[in-house]
Design a protein around this ligand. Structure first.
Ligand SMILES: *Cc1c(COP(=O)(O)O)cnc(C)c1O
Length: 348
């Protein structure tokens, strides 16, 4: 992909702002792996407090948060229940099977949410014939399902069932901040139902690197063993943590702008004949849409937009994803929507 002027490809593509870079420059630092980096310590304290958890650890990526959490929760042969669109299933290089030796059972459900009924049907009795049921994974927001929200009621119901069966609960909170801003429900109100939960700093929060995994003190002790073992323990990581602290202070509430921009982009492209939003409503900062009925390939549309300096990713031959973030303005969304309409008219 050639990066254009208007990058709707992903909220991972944000650049650290001047103010964030300044905070990084000023950061007090120390040796992270001996817990002596004040900036990392502060980031971890703040994130743990936000989530209402005892402890937190700074990791280089969200993927590492997921994979280490799964290694701590699971043993080889265990079974993890997740929605069929889950990031751990599609984008982590087979991590759960390669690293934990656990396998992921994919559950169906609308908008990235599976029902208690689907979970109940999937949980097998305790028997030496079956994999041992161990963990329920919830992705908030559900990325591939379109940045959709699990409601608090849905989370309560599914996690209550998990508890009845003695299962642990992990939340992939890559975009939990988007869920908090969209719903008005706090981080802690979501996190209280989960044993482990993490937040990505390098998505909509605009940091260059990093994610923070939280849980009980005992859980985080085990996470640290894996972090050390696989080379995720760092040194003067405070410069990166300072970006995270800056983001927690300045970049959460503004996610509402990204949501308004995504809704506007959805409205603009939905007006083009043959375009269908999937799902039909834009809930946060992600817009998935189907262009099959225009008769033009998703790839062809993506390339034509790229030639105009606009990045929108083709996901399948008929679907595309646009993602808003802090480096995309409302005016750019108008321009991208208009360009999309023109491109489709020219190509069909
Ligand atoms: C991006 C993402 C991840 C992985 O985070 P990285 O920081 O890119 O490793 C995990 N889960 C979901 C839902 C994501 O969108």
């Amino acid at each position: 992909m050639k990066e254009g002027r208007i990058n709707l490809y992903s909220d991972t593509q944000t650049r650290p702002s001047a103010a964030m870079r300044e905070a990084m420059m000023q950061a007090p630092v120390g040796d992270e792996q001996s817990l002596a980096d004040p900036s990392v310590n502060l980031l971890c304290e703040r994130t743990a407090a936000l989530m209402g958890k005892e402890a937190a650890v700074f990791l280089p990526s969200g993927t590492m948060c997921n994979e280490i959490a799964l290694m701590v929760h699971c043993r080889p042969g265990d079974e993890i229940f997740a929605h069929e669109s889950a990031h751990i299933t599609h984008f982590e290089g087979g991590g759960p099977s390669a690293l934990s030796g656990a396998h992921v059972r994919s559950l169906p459900g609308e908008r990235g949410v599976f029902s208690t009924r689907a979970l109940q049907q999937a949980i097998r009795p305790d028997s030496r014939y079956f994999p041992r049921a161990r963990l329920v994974e919830i992705e908030q927001t559900a990325n591939l399902a379109g940045g959709t929200l699990w409601s608090l009621e849905e989370i309560k119901a599914v996690t209550a069932l998990a508890r009845e069966h003695g299962l642990s609960v992990h939340m992939d909170g890559a975009r939990l901040a988007n869920a908090v801003v969209a719903s008005g429900i706090s981080f802690a109100e979501y996190a209280v139902h989960c044993d482990s939960v993490w937040l990505d700093l390098s998505k909509g929060l605009g940091c260059p690197v990093g994610a923070v995994l939280t849980g009980s003190a005992a859980f985080i002790d085990e996470v640290w063993r894996w972090k050390q073992r696989i080379g995720g323990a760092m040194r003067q990581a405070g410069m990166l943590a300072a970006a995270g602290i800056y983001a927690l202070e300045h970049n959460i509430e503004r996610l509402a702008e990204d949501h308004a921009n995504a809704k506007r982009f959805g409205a603009l492209i939905r007006a083009v004949e043959g375009v269908r939003l999937t799902p039909a409503e834009v809930e946060t900062n992600i817009v998935f849409f189907d262009v099959a009925a225009t008769g033009v390939d998703a790839d062809t549309i993506s390339e034509a937009l790229e030639n105009r300096g606009i990045n929108v990713g083709a996901f399948t031959t008929t679907t595309l994803r646009a993602c808003t973030h802090l480096d995309v303005t409302a005016a750019q969304v108008e321009e991208a929507g208009a360009a999309f309409a023109e491109v489709v008219e020219q190509l069909r």
